[in-house]
Design a protein around this ligand. Sequence first.
Ligand code: PAF
Length: 283
Amino acid sequence: MKIIHTLPELRTHLAQFKHPALVPTMGNLHEGHLALVRQAKPLGDVTVVSIFVNRLQFAPHEDFDTYPRTLVADCAKLESAGCDVVFAPSEKEFYPEPQTFKVFPPPELADILEGHFRPGFFTGVCTVVLKLFNAVFSEAQGSRVAVFGKKDYQQQMVIHRMVQQFALPITILTGDTLRAPDGLALSSRNGYLSAQERTEAVQLSMALKAMAASLQKGEKDIAALEARAMQTLADRGWQPDYLTVRRRHDLQAPQTGDFGGGALAVLGAARLGKTRLIDNLEV
Ligand code: PAF
């Protein structure tokens, strides 16, 4: 496995391959990331994982400075998962000057849910992802594939739409969320939880499961369902941002015809102590 820190070296190295498969990450990797790498592996002739903590997608009060940088451990895990190339640029390498050209995704996709609570988040994500695509795929001559996790449900949707609207010759695939035995979705931010918080953390996925079960039983009063779920977590000491039922294809509130046909997802984000967790389930 080759570890590359600069764009020229990456381009030179990738020139010998035709079909790169990319898994973009911010490092601090867990089994969920490695599952994406294993999914990507048979889809290209070289599997590239990028590790870059992208300042552009963090608000000033968020955890950019404290986000764990664990390159050595990450590389060991990636090697065992069959990754061929790790692209881990420094900030100076990837943003040699302030990144003032940016991708602004449409508000109806990017200013709701995560984008509402993290203004500018999807501009930061789309900008870095487009730049990573340029870095990894510019020399490719055949199929180009990038794999994103479904835990970041809105993120994978926004990226799908970006690729579609810019007509980028890249196939976007998604990988299922991996969960701990108690049901907690694997996330780099789970490492921030204290032992007590870790025990409590499963309640987010339990709340989403309860919402999904109500929908499957025919519940149509979405406002009441959402309010109940928010209250359940608030009563346990969480600060929920949203627990909501949305249409899978555009993440808008469901209309009458959307019920009962596998068209919905329940999505949640809530803070437990200082840690903000997100999760979702397709219904
Ligand atoms: O999901 C992530 O880890 C990041 O948002 C991504 C896609 C690597 C962009 O920085």
